[in-house]
Design a protein around this ligand. Structure first.
Ligand code: PLP
Length: 384
């Protein structure tokens, strides 16, 4: 009989897992085999080979990730950037035009401005909070609209329902990077997004020990992207698949703890006299707070803030706080702290960062699984 799997917590543990189990193994084994015996395959894409992302370890993740966001299909990739680049080359390649939100992860911004134009893809940026201005950017070759569910590093929540409506009424594909929210807080296919992308390096895996990506969405699009991935080669290896599946099983408990802890920390920082500004969609002061409540089940584990003493104060805080590890990336069990202007967004020019509102002294904090009280005490003394 099929397992009862209504809640996301149950899907994280059981969706896509082999039934019956393989050799009685409770945990899916790693199929460390590059190729598999042919069994009457009719086309190249029916052969089983790691680069074609169709080994048993891949198939399990594809079924699980699709179930988590209530989508038709999913595909894992060798990194979040492989997921983003392969998707855009598939759906906007061949002289297409893309409309994207201004405030984006730095690597995505670099891809859109530095690499895609040389491949014949045109890109325009818009204010994600001003749907009226998107229309002016439409061109005959516009193919897709690209957003982030919670933007990196300013934690903006754009009008995601308006994005879906705008895309569908203009014949565009709606694409969203859902890394920051994770499927625990937001499931883009439920509001109509065609494709949801993830850096699975972050929350999905959660243990800061692999780099991985995911594409989740409509089956025919995922199939096309999977074929492109087979040609471009940015695939995930079976051992990383195994680790990603292990990490996924605890996603709900991790993210719910991180939601709670980040909210406590954001409230503490906002009330502190040495803190000038806190960006966190769970705060009543956040300009998109009501929208975030309507869209999300939680506000995530990342926040960013600026101190009264500007850059020297930011550098002093980062060096004095004892628990956070000063490193880029996010979504792991350990609290990480970084200055995006010096790390994740250093590829943007100073003017581009200024235009996007990413100041030199902005600190980004990815809250881990340490006790919130320990983090609060640590931050209190680092601010003294
Ligand atoms: N999308 C977001 C929102 C990110 O923060 C990152 C990385 O920091 C990426 C995509 C790229 O992911 P990866 O480093 O796994 O290639």
């Amino acid at each position: 009989m099929a397992k009862l799997m209504k809640a996301i917590d149950t899907k994280l543990v059981h969706a896509g897992e082999p039934d019956p189990s393989i050799g009685g193994a409770v945990t899916m084994p790693i199929f460390q085999s590059s190729t598999f015996e042919s069994a009457g395959a009719k086309s190249y894409h029916d052969l089983r080979y790691i680069r074609l992302s169709n080994t048993p370890n891949h198939a399990l993740l594809h079924a699980k990730l699709a179930a988590l966001e209530g989508a038709e299909a999913a595909l894992v990739c060798g990194s979040g950037m492989a997921a983003i680049a392969t998707t855009l080359l598939t759906v906007v390649g061949g002289s297409g035009h893309l409309i994207a939100q201004h405030s984006l992860y730095g690597g995505t911004h670099d891809l859109l401005t530095g690499d895609l134009p040389a491949l014949g893809i045109e890109v325009d940026f818009v204010d994600g909070d001003d749907p009226a201005s998107w229309r002016e950017m439409l061109r005959p070759n516009t193919r897709a609209l690209y957003m982030e569910s919670i933007s990196n590093p300013l934690l903006e929540v754009t009008d995601l329902r308006a994005a879906v409506d705008f895309a569908s009424s203009n014949g565009l594909l709606s694409i969203i990077d859902n890394t920051f929210a994770s499927p625990i807080n937001f499931r883009p296919p439920e509001v109509g997004f065609d494709l949801s992308l993830h850096s699975a390096t972050k929350y999905l895996n959660g243990h800061t020990d692999i780099v991985a990506g995911a594409v989740i969405g409509r089956a025919e699009l995922v199939r096309e992207i999977s074929r492109k991935l087979g040609h471009l080669g940015g695939v995930l290896d079976p051992h990383a698949c195994f680790l990603l599946n292990r990490g996924l099983k605890t996603l709900a408990v991790r993210v719910r703890h991180q939601n709670e802890s980040a909210l406590k920390i954001a409230r503490f920082l906002e009330a502190h006299p040495r803190v000038a500004k806190v960006n966190y969609p769970g705060l009543e002061s956040h300009p998109n707070h009501m929208r975030a409540i309507e869209l999300f089940d939680g506000f995530g584990g990342v926040l960013s803030f600026e101190l009264e003493g500007k850059l020297p104060a930011a550098e002093a805080f980062i060096s004095r706080a004892t628990i956070p590890i000063c490193a880029p990336s996010l979504g792991g069990v350990e609290t990480l702290i970084t200055r995006p202007a010096a790390t994740s967004h250093s590829g943007m020019s100073a003017q581009e960062r200024a235009r996007a509102g990413i100041h030199e002294d902005l600190i980004r904090l990815s809250v881990g699984l340490e006790a919130s009280d320990d983090l609060l005490e640590d931050f209190e003394s680092a601010l003294k």
